[in-house]
Structure formats: C-alpha cells, structure tokens
Design a protein around this ligand. Sequence first.
Ligand code: ADP
Ligand code: MG
Length: 351
Amino acid sequence: ERYGERKPIIVLPDEVAERIAAGEVIERPASVIKELIENALDAQARDIKIEVRGGGLLLMRVSDDGIGMPEDDLERACLRHSTSKLTTVEDLERLGTLGFRGEALASIATIAEMTLQSRASETAEEDAEQPASWITLRGGEVIERGLKARLPGTTVTVRDLFYNVPARLKFMRGARTENGHILQLVRRTALGYPGVRFTLVLDEHIALQTSGSGDLKAALTEIYALPLNEMLHEVERGVGENCRVHGYVGNRVLAQSGRQYVTLFVNGRWVQSRALYEALEKGYRSLLPKGKHPLLILYIEVAPDEVDVNVHPAKIEVRLAREQEVLNLLTEAIQAVLERSPILPEEVRFP
Ligand code: ADP
Ligand code: MG
C-alpha cells in the first residue's frame, strides 16, 4: 500500500511559485509599508506620506516626492527580479541602496491590488502638476491603466492585501496590532532619516509627523512626542580606523518595560541583535531598574566589507566580522556618558 502513495515530482507552476515567494517577502501589512518607504528613500524622497486604513488590510498608500519613474518603467518595475539598483554580481559588494532584489513591487502586486502612479522628475516645469500614468495590478495581472495629474514623485496604493492568500489573512491580528507594527516601523525609519519629513496617517488621524530638519534630537522629540532634552546624552566614540558609534542614549528616567525604544542602525540599516542589546544594557549596569530597558538611538558604522547585510528581506539580522570589538565599544560608550549624567527622580511614561 505505502509504495503506491508516492506522488511524482513536478516543477511548480509560476503562479504557485510566485505566490509562495510573495508570502515570504510580505509577512504582514507593515512589510508592505517597509518596502514602499525603502523605495521612496532609494528614490531620494525628502517628504514621505503614509496613509493606512483598517490596519493596512483595507488600504495602504505611500506617496513620495522622489525621482519617480518614466511611463515605460511602470510595468517593468512590477516584474519579479526587476530593479534599477543593481546590474552585476560585483554591485552586491558595494550597495548604496536599501533595495536591490527587485522583488517588492512584484510580490505586493501578486497578493493584493496595487496601483502604481509615478512622474519622473526630469520633466520640465517641475513644480506644476502634469499628467502622469498609472497602472493597477491585481493578482499579478494589469487590470487597468490611465493618466492623472500630479507633481514629480511616486504614489503606490495597496488594497485588499492577502485577498488570495486566505491562510495568511486568517492569522492577521486585527487593526490595532497591525497599526502598532506600522507605527514602530515608521518611528524607527524616521529615526534613521532625520533629514526626511515623514507623515503617518492611521485611519484619518496623524499618528506621527517629523519636520525633516535633519536634527536627530528634534526628530527624537517629534517621534516620541515628549520633551526629552535633559534626559538624553550624546554619544560619539570610535575605535580603530573604521568602527564608530554615535547617537543619543536616554538616562535611567527613560527606562521602559519593553525594548521597543532601543533603536540601532548598522551602516544605515536598522538591525535587531540580542548580542548588541546585551552589550548596551551592560553599559547601563545597575542604572536601569531590573527588567527595564533603555531608550536610545545609536548608529554604528563599520567598514562595508566587515558587515553582511545580504540576508533574507524579511529578516533584520546582521553579521559583523569583528563583533567583539563592536560590543565592547557600545558598552564603553554608554558607561562613559552615563558616568557624567545626573540622576533624576521619577520615571517617564510614554503616551
Ligand atoms: P528594488 O527596490 O529591490 O529595486 P522593487 O520591486 O522594490 O525592487 O522596485 C523595483 C524598481 O521600481 C526599483 O528598482 C525602482 O527603479 C522602481 N521604483 C519602485 N518604487 C519607486 C519609487 N517610489 N520611486 C522611484 N522608483 C521606484
Ligand atoms: Mg524595493
């Protein structure tokens, strides 16, 4: 009996393979927002507006004032493995952009309805509205196209996410949870780019807005909606030729019960790493109450060939060639600033 059960091996039809791949890149609504914001940043946007309805399942829209795309590129941009950011294998070694896989737009278009509208910025009369083309794809197929006047830049609108992936839809946690993930993501992206103006609108109300002034301390205050000034200490420290850390660390007054206020970037990319967290908390020593975590934002810079970021798109791991050196630097940098900081009385609660 058992011998008869074996099924033949087949190569999956493209449609099935594409839907599986798309589900790996797009885990939840916040993954869509992440990819669209990264595209806007790669397009040198200075002003990025994010609009979300129904936790992202109803609608997500990201508009930017970046370099845009010419009409001919709209459809090509939605094909799998199509990118303007990479041409050779060697380019992978010296990436200057957040994206490079050419998978995001294709993935989103496969498991949602996506409208892509863009106007390239090299056209004349930059500041006047001009007709720009748009296309709508659903389940990976172009279903509509047209023209609409706009300023240079790109707008991507995503509706009905996971409409054809019922298993994924079943696991969505409701608008509150998804909005929470989106807010976290926009907060940390805005912390990574204080020179860019971000606006996040959740169900018609402004959940976050930064000025894009380029001042990190101002951005921190805008993002957390608190006057943090006296509670933050500037960090600026290096070791060797190519290993530096800078940013701000909060004193013990800002201790929080979760790690969501710990924001770390390695060479411009947001990362999560237990080893890095532990090194930071070691720097605080007994200054943090037990079970509490700090508020801080630190940018770690190492030589590009000492860090491997080419991991899975949905993951945020980072591999450092000289990890121990970086860990020690973090611990020492924090110890050094906190030794000089006054101890303040009560804890601060975040809104
Ligand atoms: P990747 O970012 O890895 O190149 P994507 O699928 O995210 O892949 O995007 C495909 C291409 O579409 C990009 O390489 C870029 O040329 C173009 N594109 C996407 N979003 C934008 C945008 N907001 N502004 C300008 N061009 C964009
Ligand atoms: Mg991209």
